[in-house]
Design a protein around this ligand. Structure first.
Ligand SMILES: Cc1cc2nc3c(=O)[nH]c(=O)nc-3n(C[C@H](O)[C@H](O)[C@H](O)COP(=O)(O)O)c2cc1C
Length: 190
């Protein structure tokens, strides 16, 4: 099976599992130009052969790291199913039109939040609510445009690994790697 079809199958099973709060939550790892890694949670918003899409502030720590070093990784853990999926590859920016469309679909509070938060910059206790109130006044009754500093990234997968917990730690790992000729799938020792 091709790895995207398999991802869709596992993702859909995870989304239907009431024990999982949000199956789209995953860890995003990026690294500085010098190779120093950092990781945080993001929400996956689109998954297809075109890539795996998440949204964020382009000026945030992750945004700066991804701009300077496009190699990134995503990791999902669906504990109730005993499943982990790891995805690695390069990221590219979504087109402004694609980011605009997603931003327009978000609740107004989230749109204001994007404007109010220079993500990853130092903050003080009241600064965020003050900034939120200020942008709420500024955009009162108006359609809120997408800030140019906020939008999506698409991870173009070159390696996907599907891990299924097994009895007595005999876990199953299927690793797909992209070659010029297509995908190669290899089982790995757990
Ligand atoms: C479950 C969960 C989902 C999150 N989703 C996102 C997201 O989609 N985009 C985002 O920018 N931050 C998201 N965050 C916040 C990030 O984990 C992180 O705190 C923030 O983006 C700043 O990271 P940075 O300083 O490394 O750039 C999420 C946090 C949690 C706990």
């Amino acid at each position: 099976m091709d790895p995207f079809a398999l991802f869709q199958q596992w993702f859909s099973t995870a989304q239907q599992d009431p024990r999982l709060g949000d199956a789209s939550a995953c860890t995003l790892a990026s690294a500085s130009k010098e190779g120093r890694p950092s990781a945080r949670m993001v929400l996956l918003k689109e998954a297809s052969e075109r890539g795996f899409v998440f949204y964020t502030n382009y000026g945030s720590r992750k945004g700066q790291e991804l701009s300077n070093n496009p190699w990134a990784a995503l990791c999902f853990y669906w504990w109730s199913l005993g499943r982990q999926v790891r995805i690695e590859g390069r990221v590219e920016l979504l087109s402004p039109t694609e980011s605009d469309a997603y931003f327009a679909s978000r609740p107004r509070q989230s749109q204001l939040g994007a404007w109010a938060s220079p993500q990853s910059q130092p903050c003080t206790p009241k600064l965020l609510s003050r900034r939120f109130a200020a942008v709420s006044r500024e955009f009162a009754e108006q359609k809120i445009p997408r800030p140019a500093f906020w939008g999506g990234w698409r991870l173009l997968a070159e390696r996907l690994e599907f891990w299924q917990a097994g009895e007595a730690r005999l876990h199953d790992r299927q690793c797909y790697e992209r070659f010029a000729t297509g995908w190669r799938c290899q089982q790995l020792f757990p």
